[in-house]
Design a protein around this ligand. Structure first.
Ligand SMILES: N[C@@H](CCC[C@H](N)C(=O)O)C(=O)O
Length: 278
């Protein structure tokens, strides 16, 4: 099986070109590919498949040539991946399967518009963040409150008022499954300047990663709200935020009814898995 390895702010992926939808990518195979000791190693898998042959009900009828079939490192399926979609787009351009410019990628959370040049950073329209109120997570016995944000996938963005390095993220944060029935990606953030935050993340299905694109937008929303959720359905604040993650830096722009994420997308290697391995 041919693969490419890439990352966006060190959130890393195994990319599997499957234009005609011939691959039967099981959860077990995705988890084996992502295994950092016995596999290639990654936070997730990006299967690159034409939307119309993907067989994925969530993208049926979407007007985009390519579907990003994203899997977490444990093999579970997620609706969206903000770093992944930039790396996915960079692969398509690099492989000559798409032209630099502006076009849509189909995801399980709907279409995401990508703006991409022949090289350099990639900008993705992340659509409208949905603020769902407040929630809690438990880290090493401490309860942290945060803002629940849907970016197509679920997030809890928690403000923290001490160095993020002090958080023990060796274990998954605890959360109430009645509030997060589908699990949750938990971000921890601290204001370090004007419209500038740093964050760490513990991702659903992948553990602590060095970046999470959807998480950076959720954090920008939570930071813009001052760390707590507004009562009722008020409009979200607008403005441009710099978000530092352990793996680098991205820019999040919150606009009226939508949001944008800009950051790097790097392809680092390609190869073939052995047929007697997977
Ligand atoms: N790292 C991603 C998010 C990947 C999916 C997430 N773990 C989930 O299960 O929702 C990003 O860059 O957004």
């Amino acid at each position: 099986m041919r693969f490419i390895k890439g990352h966006g702010t060190e959130n890393d992926f195994v990319i599997l070109p499957d234009p005609e939808g011939a691959l039967d990518l099981t959860a077990e195979a995705a988890a084996r590919l992502c295994d950092r000791h016995a596999g290639i190693g990654a936070d997730g898998v990006l299967r690159v498949v034409r939307t119309k042959v993907s067989g994925e009900p969530a993208v049926e009828g979407l007007a985009a040539e390519w579907f990003m079939d994203y899997r977490n490192a444990d093999g579970s399926i997620a609706e969206m991946c903000g770093n992944g979609v930039r790396v996915f787009a960079r692969y398509l351009v690099d492989a000559g399967l798409a032209e630099p410019g502006e076009w849509d990628v189909a995801t399980r959370a709907g279409l995401r518009r990508v703006t991409i040049g022949a090289s350099g950073d990639v900008r993705v329209e992340m659509n409208r963040p949905v603020c769902l109120g407040e929630g809690e997570a438990t880290v090493a016995g401490e309860t942290l409150r945060g803002v629940r944000v849907s970016m197509g996938n679920p997030h809890l963005a928690c403000p923290v008022d001490r160095p993020l390095a002090e958080l023990d993220l060796c274990h998954a944060p605890g959360f109430d499954p009645a509030v997060f029935p589908d699990g949750v990606n938990v971000e921890f953030f601290r204001l370090v300047g004007e419209r500038h935050v740093e964050m760490r993340v513990y991702e659903r299905g992948s553990g602590e990663t060095r970046s999470c694109g959807t998480g950076t937008v959720a954090v920008a929303v939570a930071a813009a709200l001052g760390g707590s959720a507004p009562d009722g359905a008020s409009a979200l604040p607008t403005g441009e935020w710099t978000v530092d993650v352990p793996g680098g830096r991205v820019t999040v722009s919150l606009e009226d009814g939508t949001s944008f994420l800009t950051g790097p997308a790097v392809l680092v290697a390609e190869g073939e898995t052995r047929s007697d391995w997977l």
